[in-house]
Each structure stands twice: as structure tokens, then as C-alpha cells.
Design a protein. Sequence first.
Length: 340
Amino acid sequence: MLEINLPDLETDQVLRLAKEVSEMQIQEPVTVNANMRWVRPFGLLYTVSILKELRKKNPTIPFYMHVGDTNAVNYAAHMGFFKSVSMSISYGKEPGEAEGNSYYLPITQISTNYLQQEAVKQGNYWALGDVIECEAKRLASILSQGNKEVAQLLAYIIREIIRNTPEHAETDTVWMCGQYWRDGTAEIAIMDEGIGILKSLQKNRIHRQYVVDDEVALQSCVKAGISQAFDPSQKNKSNDQWSNSGYGLYVVSQLCSNLSGSFCIASGEKYVHVGKNGKTRIGDTHIQGTAVKMTISANQLKNAKEVIQKVAMEGQQQAKTIRYAFKHASTPSKGLMGID
């Protein structure tokens, strides 16, 4: 019997765990021991991905889950962690079953196709970007503690990550989880099981020339103006107000860094972590798709609209130095569309 002991589900720990598990050669039954003392939203989602992929790669191997009795394990169960791994695990709530409150959002599956279909049923024939923004505002309101500025910022962050998914990940589904910690730190984690950043950027013949691996892909995607949609003949012009200009990940990463938080994006075999003051590090991991972690200090936020616009303007200055980049941020990248 092979045993896998889950560590505390902190960012660095699960990034390492993913790499270790991806290199395992499984030839005997596996028991996963869940005795965590601490868990966070990104760790929950990332570990779900790790264990689901391991089971998928080894369909004939029996897998067992041993669940301990700690506060962290009980929290994970309430957030829908165990049943996100497998509905056959008879412990905890299903994804999205917990109602959530002003301190947490449980693991929740979001389908952009479903959201648009529901909007049409209600007589709202909106563009997909408008539908996603509406849902982002709803989700942000759960975690904003009634703070209007925090609600606006979180809605922007959630919208920018989710609206990239249908176009770039080639999937309409994302998984999301969030927590507002008592020290005023808000954490949002969003994950998809799509094609990943590398394959997305390589769909563009121009980026394909220099985006040769996961590390370059991740370093590129957090720069201003880098998008799979880049086409120099279009000169960044489009009749679609929701057209992608490649500023979303850049703006979100800088918002997190500027607001005493952190940003981490993992795809394929690498991750990029942006901390306070823009300090960046790159490391090894493994994930099928893309996962993003964003934290901000709500205590540092004064005016969401101004801080978003400021970062977008800084991005436009950076983009001037990048050859294959859109030089102007799209209107959505400069703020929420429905808020003056």
C-alpha cells in the first residue's frame, strides 16, 4: 500500500506536492492521508486537481482516503474538498452545497455557458463579458464584508480571470474558492482544466516564435499587453468592447502586489509567484490547466476604481517596451463596465 500524506494546504506546499505526485509510478493501492492542520482556498483547489489527475492516470489502481479529525480537515470538508476529489468519498459537503457567508465562498463550479443560458431565460441577451461581470459582482459581494471598495476590486479580479477562460483555456468551466480572513486579507482561488497558458499563447503564430516552454509562457502572460489574440494588423482595434487586450493578468497581479498581497499563477510544469513590491519567483510544479491565487489586504484599499486605472496606465507604459504587445488596455481592463 502506497501512502500519500497531504501537507498543510498552503501555496508552496501544494505546488511542491503536485510535482512529487506527478512523478510517481503507481503500481499498488494508494491511501491518501488527510490530517492537515491548516488549509487555504488555493491549496484546496490545487490539491483537488492533483488527486483527480492521479486517479485519472491510474484508473485500475484502488484509491482510499483516510480522513483525520482536525479543524482544518473539518473546514476542508465543509468547503466541499473531499467530494470535489470524488463523490464516492462519504464525508463533507458537495461542491457549492455550503451556502457561504461574508467570510468564505466554498468550492464552486462555474460554467460560463450555463450563466449565459440562465441570463437568456431571464430575458437578458447580454454579451458573455456582461454575464461574467454580473456573476463576478455577485460572488464578490459574498466576500466583501459589506465594503463597497473591496466588492468592486474583488469583482474586477474575479471577472478578469474568469472571462479569459472561454477564449484561452478552451473550456467554459472554472472552479472557484474564497476566504476573507480576520486580519483583513481576502483570498480568491480560481482554477480551470483547460489547455494551459503555453498552448494558448502558442496558438498565435507570433508568440509561437519565442514562447517555447511553460516558464516563458507564464513570464509573458503577466506582462502588459501579451495576449493570444494579438494581431499587429488590427492595431488593437475591435468593435467588441470585451475584446482581449492582454492586460488582465498583468493588472490583477500588480493589484495584489500593491495591496500587500500576492499573486500566483501555475500552468503546466511551472508557476510564477508575484509578492509584495513586485518581487517575483518561478518554480516547478504540475497542473493540467491553469490555477490562479490572488490575495489582497482590504485594509490597504481606499479607492478601487483609481487603483485599477492607475495600474492599467502603468501597464500601457510597460507595453511600449514590448514588441509583440497591445499598447492600449481595453476598456474592461481599466475597470468594471457597470460602475461609474
